[in-house]
Design a protein around this ligand. Structure first.
Ligand SMILES: [Zn+2]
Length: 722
């Protein structure tokens, strides 16, 4: 235990990662506080569960996924640390990017979308409620873990949250856990996921069957990635769970009832390999020879390790369990598969392909859509992060996945056409720039609001070729569209790491990558994946989906992210102009999209009006300049896929400020502004007297039209210091 040293996941302040020193300076006291906190948790012990068998008291972590399982303290056993962003002495940034490491999320991160109750089982989908069968299978050598005593398996399962469920109630237990609002699932269900994600169009109804004991041992159905090795003598490890579970189910209820379902979820007793191969492999044992007998096979002639999917080895106990998959209208899961595994697999049943990379692939390749998409690693979202997915019942990682991105929502007809603004790249130069408000995808935008923007690139992806064999950041080219949408950490997106604007290139066909998120912060995010038994902190790979945790764009300056993106080859400029959270709590952003090839027929113009500074205390003054759009509208031009006239009434202005006066500094909270033709809007600049110097100072502000950079205006503001 001496080697344990928690390392908070800190962020540098002041915009880009330039302020690395500030980060180091704050990390030590935070680390110290965390040590104290963890020590307190370890010592406090835990009131023994009111079970009659009265097991010896075990230390209880604050959250079940923080169970002390490994030689070293792991990131998900630690508590969140937040580093403030912004410029010291100036007001907070208007839209700081305080992204959260999934490892440090808890159920306290869940926020309910205002005015909704998507989990209500009495509400049907307005388009369709899918009827699913949940068919449970156990094995002569493997009962359902949740029927066993707490902590009785080598994986430390079942958790403190549920154990000792009688076998004849286990089907109802899992049906309720997955699809009936209750205490254990915190009121969250698969039905809720699909209803929220689709704006009430699709619901899910589950009926449970079984458990049925299939004839083979558990590992005889589950050696998918061991290439014929690891099968104990006398066993045949090529059995098919679907075949045997279906046969048992039909023997019980006949063939008519199974034929009446839209899909079948097969639920296998025990763990799944996808959520244990690292945690109960290289993270627990220094070498494969160190795997202990309790994690080994029943055949003493075999080693205690086995092959696995992505790396050389894991423990046999892990390698011998199933890897969830979908095919032929059915899916397989295990008891450690969270609710979002089912939501992901149902997406396949509806006909959408996977959009994820191999994070350990050689050559390395960046994640495609990662943490922001259910068909990518957004499936892993939930409290405790990806390495908490071994728990039974699955109340941590993968218990609440991300929504589908706009491209897939359009494909699955989960958004109304009237809520998608459709633009043509080839028409933008003739129409002039477009300004629009986009509502967070967790909320319903109403009849006139927007869930997102699709910019079709009719003449194709014009980016020059790149090589995926030499450049991990190469998107592979061949995209047909850009999409703009807004993510808020709310509802089923509560366990995404950030709220902001999500920009992506997409393809019309499901040829992965068919969604490629534009990463506002492409530099290495510097996150620890896990800690090896020898204390080595293993960073997440370049291909790890959590590299995209800081991908979202934000409004304003000093946010820690970017407020604009230019794709020169594709002749597009994207702007994040402003952010708003309304009275009931719904997040929206004002965005603009401009062609680099033309600004349309409108007359552009701008005028700034001088103003006087308002003292705000401690040497700080604020100037609010009136800005007039003195341009003129023109009849709409350009052939967009729909009438976009109401989105062509603005211009975008770039703002820059200086201050004249010794000892003064200046800050522009938002270097972009927008106004409709003839409209006046306020523009804010802060000035601060840092040191003794001149008491009076002059702030000079310049505004320049992005459509016509020859249209520019300047104005001054006098400020008084101490
Ligand atoms: Zn999949």
């Amino acid at each position: 235990m001496a080697g344990k040293g928690p390392r908070p996941d800190t962020r540098s302040s002041g915009g880009r990662r330039a302020a690395g020193l500030a980060c180091d300076a704050v990390s030590r006291p935070l680390a110290f506080r965390l040590v104290v906190l963890l020590a307190a948790v370890a010592l406090s012990g835990f009131a023994v569960a009111p079970a009659s068998s009265a097991p010896p008291p075990t230390p209880k972590p604050a959250h079940p996924w923080q169970l002390d399982h490994w030689p070293q303290t792991q990131p998900w056993q630690q508590t969140r640390a937040v580093t403030p962003l912004g410029q010291p002495g100036f007001p907070e940034p208007i839209d700081p990017q305080n992204w959260v490491n999934p490892d440090h999320m808890t159920w306290a991160d869940y926020r309910k979308p205002p005015g909704t109750n998507w989990a209500d089982p009495s509400k049907q989908g307005s388009v369709r409620t899918f009827r699913g069968a949940l068919v449970l299978a156990d094995y002569p050598n493997q009962p359902f873990v949740v029927t066993q005593p707490q902590g009785s398996t080598v994986f430390g399962n079942p958790s403190v949250e549920a154990s000792g469920v009688p076998r004849d109630q286990v089907a109802q237990f899992y049906r309720d856990f997955l699809n009936k609002p209750g205490t254990l699932n915190r009121g969250h269900t698969i039905h809720e996921y699909w209803m929220e994600d689709s704006g009430g169009r699709y619901g899910v109804d589950l009926t449970a069957f079984g458990p049925y004991e299939v004839p083979g041992k558990d590992h005889e159905y589950a050696m998918e990635f061991q290439a014929g090795t690891g099968c104990p003598a006398g066993d045949s490890c090529d059995k098919n769970l679907r075949t045997d579970a279906r046969a048992a189910w039909e023997a019980d209820v006949g063939t008519e009832i199974p034929a009446g379902f839209d899909f079948v979820f097969y639920l296998s007793a025990g763990q799944d390999e996808s959520s244990t191969w690292q945690e109960f492999g290289p993270m627990k044992f220094p070498t494969k020879e160190d795997v202990t007998d309790e994690f080994g096979p029943p055949d003493p002639a075999l080693p205690n390790w086995s092959r696995t999917r992505y790396v050389e080895w894991t423990s046999w106990a892990s390698g011998s369990t199933i890897w969830p998959n979908a095919g032929g209208g059915s899916t397989t899961q295990a008891e450690s598969s969270g609710m979002s595994v089912y939501a992901h697999e149902l997406s396949h049943v509806l006909g959408i392909a996977d959009n994820y990379n191999n994070p350990y692939g050689v050559p390395a390749r960046r994640a495609y859509s990662g943490i922001w998409e259910m068909l990518s690693r957004g499936t892993f979202n939930g409290p405790g992060g990806p390495h908490s997915r071994w728990m039974i019942p699955a109340t941590g990682g993968a218990s609440m996945g991300a929504q589908h991105m706009l491209r897939n929502k359009i494909d699955l007809q989960m958004v109304a056409e009237q809520n998608v603004l459709r633009l043509s790249r080839e028409a933008l130069d003739e129409s002039g720039l477009v300004v629009a408000n986009v509502t967070a995808r967790v909320a319903q935008p109403g009849p006139k609001g927007l869930s997102g923007i699709n910019i079709a690139m009719g003449t194709g992806d014009l980016a020059p070729p790149c090589s995926i064999s030499t450049d991990p950041f190469c998107d592979g080219r061949g995209y047909n569209n850009y999409t703009v949408e807004v993510v808020d950490r709310m509802g089923t997106d509560s366990f995404t790491p950030d709220s902001g604007v999500l920009l992506a290139k997409t393809k019309d066909q499901d040829r992965a990558p068919f969604e490629w998120v534009i990463d506002a912060n492409p530099q290495d995010i510097g996150m620890t994946d896990y800690v090896l038994p020898d204390g080595t902190e293993v960073p997440i790979t370049i291909g790890d989906y959590r590299q995209l945790s800081d991908a979202l764009f934000h409004a304003g300056t000093n946010s820690g992210s970017e407020f604009e993106y230019t794709d020169t080859a594709n002749r597009l400029h994207f702007y994040v102009l402003d952010v708003k959270r309304d009275k009931v709590g719904v997040l929206s952003y004002t965005v603009a999209i401009r062609s680099l090839d033309g600004a349309g027929p409108q007359q552009r113009g701008v005028r700034l009006i001088p103003t006087a500074g308002q003292p705000a205390g401690d040497g700080l003054s604020t100037c609010v300049f009136p800005l007039d759009n003195t341009g003129k509208a023109a009849p709409a031009q350009g052939q967009h896929p729909e009438d976009v006239g109401s989105y062509l009434r603005n211009d975008v202005y770039r703002l820059s400020a200086t201050v004249t006066g010794a000892g003064w500094s200046v800050s522009v909270p938002n270097e972009l502004s927008t106004a409709q033709f003839g409209q006046r809007v306020p523009v804010t600049v802060h000035a601060k007297q840092d040191t003794a110097g001149t008491r009076l100072a002059r702030v000079n502000l310049t505004a320049t039209s992005e459509s016509d950079p020859t249209k520019t205006s300047q104005a001054t503001c006098y400020v008084a210091g101490r």
